[in-house]
Design a protein around this ligand. Structure first.
Ligand code: OGA
Ligand code: MN
Length: 204
């Protein structure tokens, strides 16, 4: 596990992003997908907005995913395990990169078939506490022809990352523009941010 955390820290230091396969095992991914929230996501998730609080609005021409914020104190065991892994990641990055991370916020995510999230940055205009974006994918047997790539706008061009089960992607929220391409299957993930201040309670 530590080798993997080192790989993430090195990627962030050298290129501003990292892709780590097997951050969750196949079994751990399947346990998360079997939780009531994911199995009955139509009941539990709501359409994601853009902007914060009063500025929040739904706009499917920009983003079409459905989400549910995770309350770490109430999380089912398979999700609590992921939360624990994120805490280790935070400790590791604080030790190796001196980034001063204090907390995190995570939501469960589903992109229905054909939905996407246009090119954007993850920091809000009035709130720059999101330092690192961390996404872990929960899709079994995902192939290139299913689409749904995370497109990272790096250097002059871009790098496309497939949402493979267990794969973790981490990048600097304030600099790295990215987008989610439409897919021919439902696309599941855990989407989170490592913060330099304590997380607020989300209104579910
Ligand atoms: C986001 C986002 C990327 C992905 O939710 O802000 O960019 O691959 N997600 O799901
Ligand atoms: Mn994003």
């Amino acid at each position: 596990m530590n080798a993997q955390l080192d790989l993430i820290a090195d990627g962030l230091a050298d290129q501003g992003y990292a892709v780590a396969d097997g951050f969750l095992s196949t079994r751990e991914v399947s346990d998360i997908r079997q939780t009531d929230e994911f199995r009955n996501h139509l009941l539990h998730f709501r359409q994601a907005g853009i902007g914060q609080q009063r500025d929040r609005q739904v706009n499917e021409a920009i983003r079409g995913d459905y989400i549910r914020w995770i309350d770490p104190a109430q999380a089912a065991a398979p999700l609590a395990l992921y939360v624990q892994r994120l805490r280790h990641l935070i400790e590791h990055l604080n030790r190796t990169l001196y980034v001063g991370l204090k907390d995190f916020e995570i939501h469960q995510t589903v992109y229905p078939v054909g939905t996407f999230y246009k090119r954007h940055l993850d920091q809000f205009k009035k709130d720059d506490h999101r330092k690192l974006s961390v996404i872990c994918y929960l899709n079994e047997a995902w192939h290139e022809e299913h689409g749904g790539q995370l497109r990272l706008y790096v250097h002059a061009g871009h790098r496309d990352v497939l949402p493979l089960g267990g794969r973790l992607v981490c990048f600097r929220s304030e600099v790295l523009e990215h987008e989610v391409l439409p897919a021919t299957r439902e696309r599941f993930s855990l989407t989170g941010w490592l913060l330099n201040q304590h997380a607020e309670l989300k209104h579910l």
